[in-house]
Design a protein around this ligand. Structure first.
Ligand SMILES: Cc1cc2nc3c(=O)[nH]c(=O)nc-3n(C[C@H](O)[C@H](O)[C@H](O)COP(=O)(O)OP(=O)(O)OC[C@H]3O[C@@H](n4cnc5c(N)ncnc54)[C@H](O)[C@@H]3O)c2cc1C
Length: 411
């Protein structure tokens, strides 16, 4: 039975079937085996707020197992050493993974290479020497990276970043400060965006370059782990760069044109987060629907009360629409269309719909819904932060309106 008329190619469907087996064996089973370590944040994180070494090792194990099984690099371009699946596969696989794993089997995030943490098309323009030096280990899941774009004074307006890369012989020295950099506490490399021509950067005409910097470089420091709402630790951090030397082969793409790489990365993030939202929304809806059959009140299953079930029908309508929007945006991008408006609409809508679906699922469960045991509050936390990451919902609306006013009126 299928509610989606879009033609999902057989190879993508087969990939998802295989992914299910992999996630059960390598992610869900690992969470079961290490329930206390991975499920109790007081054990997951150390005093400094960073993952404890055993958790970092489990993350690495999942990346490496996924690489071996062929899922980690499935959407990495073939010329970088991946399987070359497109963005439809990326969307479908992530949606599937989050629906299956929910928020509590969170190692799932490391089963498919996330554009900011591992190999992706974002690395397509690294130099041949950098490919030679870094790609082998990164494709194998032994190493990972992070994406250093946002700064304390440059979030939505990322092009206002102030980090500087000053020419030094044939290379550069980078100084600056990055914030919210996910995975930086455990990453081996950071893609750092810095001004290389301040005048052009101030005029918003290029002047920003991208560099792939080893996090072990002298002058590269994780200043502090950021503890997000409700968590004793985290995987986002503030990063300080002080006179960090970079060699010519560490430049990514053309000098002064690095912002294009940033924009491309963020658009991959929008697909990922659209899929993550729909997957988590479906996970929460499944949980709520099952509970209405189990839970009795006033002598009947609560499934018999329309006050309980109509909100779930509302979630189903909205999540279905969000799902179709995400699939559509991914397909347009695979066809080579820019789909700027469509992707912005899909991400903003999916995230908002997901937050409401999870809230309804919490309500369906009564007090149980608010316990840590079910993971619904955890899912809500995730999706609430996604409302900000990779473009806030206001910035996405701004983009949609720019496109509409510019004549892109097809809906
Ligand atoms: C969980 C998480 C992970 C992240 N990971 C990374 C990462 O790995 N790497 C990285 O570089 N960054 C990362 N970020 C940062 C993220 O990209 C920024 O938070 C985001 O771009 C918003 O910037 P800001 O938080 O500074 O908000 P601001 O830009 O300060 O915005 C504040 C408010 O003003 C609104 N606003 C701003 N301008 C406008 C406008 N023109 N019209 C209408 N409203 C406007 C915003 O929507 C928001 O509500 C992460 C963020 C989160 C939450």
């Amino acid at each position: 039975m299928s509610t989606i008329a879009f033609d999902i190619p057989d190879d993508i469907r087969a990939l998802c079937d295989g992914l299910t087996g992999f996630l059960k064996a390598e992610v869900i089973a690992r969470h079961d085996r290490h329930h206390e370590l991975l499920g109790n944040s007081r054990r997951t994180y150390g005093e400094d707020g960073c993952y404890v070494p055993e958790v970092i090792e489990l993350i690495r194990e999942v990346r490496m197992a996924a690489s071996k099984a062929g899922y980690y690099n499935m959407c990495v371009p073939e010329d970088l050493g991946g399987s070359g699946f497109g963005l439809l596969a990326y969307y479908v696989a992530w949606e599937h993974a989050f629906r299956l794993c929910g928020p509590h089997n969170w190692l799932t995030v490391f089963a498919i290479s996330h554009w900011a943490f591992g190999p992706s098309r974002v690395l397509e323009r690294v130099t041949p020497q950098a490919r030679e030096e870094i790609l082998g280990d990164m494709l194998a899941g032994r190493t990972s990276m992070c994406f250093g774009l946002s700064e304390p004074g440059a979030g939505s307006d990322a092009a206002a970043l102030q980090s500087r890369a000053v020419a030094d012989g044939d290379g550069w020295r980078i100084s600056g400060r990055k914030i919210w950099t996910t995975n930086s506490p455990i990453a081996d490399y950071c893609m750092v965006f810095a001004q290389t021509d301040p005048e052009r950067a101030a005029a918003r005409k290029g002047g920003i370059s991208a560099f792939l910097v080893p996090t072990g470089s002298p002058g590269f420091e994780i200043e502090s782990i950021i503890r997000m709402h409700g968590c004793v630790g985290g995987n986002e951090a503030q990063v300080v760069l002080e006179d960090v030397r970079v060699e010519p082969h560490q430049l990514v793409g053309d000098l002064h044109e690095g912002f294009r790489t940033a924009v491309y990365g963020v658009s991959l993030g929008r697909i990922y987060n659209s899929a993550r939202s729909v997957g988590l929304a479906r996970w929460s809806l499944d949980l709520a629907l099952d509970y209405t059959g189990d839970r009795q009140a006033f002598g009947r299953p609560i499934a018999e009360y329309q006050g309980v079930t109509f909100p779930l029908a509302e979630s189903a309508m909205q999540v279905h629409a969000a799902h179709l929007m995400g699939l559509n945006a991914a397909m347009l991008l695979d066809r080579g269309e820019p789909a700027i408006k469509e992707l912005s609409m899909a991400k903003a809508f999916s995230v908002e719909v997901c937050a409401r679906a999870i809230d309804r699922a919490i309500q369906t469960h009564g007090a149980m819904g608010f316990t840590n045991e079910l993971g619904l509050t955890e899912a809500y936390n995730v999706v609430r932060s996604v409302n900000v990451a990779d473009g806030t919902n206001e910035i996405l609306r701004r983009t949609i309106v720019h496109r509409l006013l510019g004549g892109d009126r097809e809906l």
